[in-house]
Design a protein around this ligand. Structure first.
Ligand SMILES: Nc1ncnc2c1ncn2[C@@H]1O[C@H](COP(=O)(O)OP(=O)(O)OP(=O)(O)O)[C@@H](O)[C@H]1O
Ligand SMILES: [Mg+2]
Length: 259
């Protein structure tokens, strides 16, 4: 009976990443600064996770570790149920990023001397893809992010929202299973932020990719709550928002019953 249930869950939700007890403390001069503490969660295929939380609560640190840009002091990440013991060391970290992860940052990080097409093509060029394949894929990607007629422009000639679309196109050209977005709307106005949020959520529905979006902007967090599974970070601890709300309601009820 138990085995049947496990098989059913496995068929419905494939685990891409399993994050187990991640902990990271930075040394700031003589002071120890805890950044994340005992963080555990799973990322399933075709899932949109939103992580909210105040400034300094550890959101970027967590994304950096998930993307192997930084390493934890303690804890592990299993990728599709496989544990690679040296995953945070080179060349494993770079190989993992190239195959599994797409990054979108607040500051776009586009190369200003390359055109939109060239920026989007960059991960494929680094992978050594043929010119024909690169051309085809870049054309499709430009359509997908709504920039078909902007391919030969340079980033400096584009608006902030358009530049973020280029960055999303570049992050997705290799079709990574997991997309990490750290405050992707932080430099954009409200309407453009909603467009970018919509574009990210389309990835889930059309390509089955999983997105982890980090934000501390309440204007983005509110619509994200309608489309994503939401977590809240506070002092390095990660909590499911539904559980947090239930806990707060329970504490409220407890207090009012004591009055
Ligand atoms: N490279 C570093 N060296 C030392 N301390 C760091 C470093 N990176 C982050 N920290 C510290 O770790 C804590 C978490 O930082 P982090 O950047 O993850 O927060 P955040 O939630 O992303 O904040 P924000 O919303 O402002 O981007 C902070 O107290 C910060 O000062
Ligand atoms: Mg941050």
């Amino acid at each position: 009976m138990g085995i049947e249930i496990e098989i059913e869950i496995e068929m419905k939700q494939k685990t891409l990443l399993s994050v187990n007890h991640l902990t990271k403390t930075y040394q700031q001069g003589k002071k120890q600064q805890p950044a994340i503490s005992d963080v555990c969660f799973n990322v399933y295929e075709n899932e949109f996770l939103a992580i909210m939380g105040t400034s300094g609560s550890g959101k970027s640190t967590l994304l950096h570790i998930l993307g192997m840009i930084d390493s934890p002091d303690k804890g592990t990440i299993t990728i599709q149920n496989q544990l690679e013991p040296f995953m945070f060391e080179e060349p494993h970290a770079t190989a993992f990023r190239a195959e599994q992860i797409g990054f979108v940052f607040q500051a776009f990080h586009l190369l200003k001397d390359l055109t939109v097409e060239e920026n989007i093509a960059l991960p494929l060029i680094l992978k050594g893809e043929s010119e024909k394949i690169i051309k085809e894929k870049v054309k499709k990607q430009l359509e997908r992010v709504g920039l078909s007629s902007w391919g030969t422009y340079f980033p400096g000639q584009l608006s902030g929202g358009q530049q973020q679309r280029v960055a999303i196109g570049r992050a997705l050209i290799t079709e990574p299973p997991v997309v990490l977005a750290d405050e992707p709307t932080g430099n954009l106005d409200y309407n453009t932020s909603l467009e970018i949020l919509e574009l990210l959520s389309e990835l889930k529905t059309t390509k089955g990719q999983s997105i982890i979006l980090v934000t501390h902007d309440p204007l983005v967090a509110r619509p994200a709550m309608l489309i994503a599974l939401c977590f809240f970070m506070m002092d390095g601890l990660l909590m499911n928002i539904l559980l947090l709300l239930m806990l707060m309601t329970w504490i409220g009820l407890l207090k009012s019953s004591k009055k």
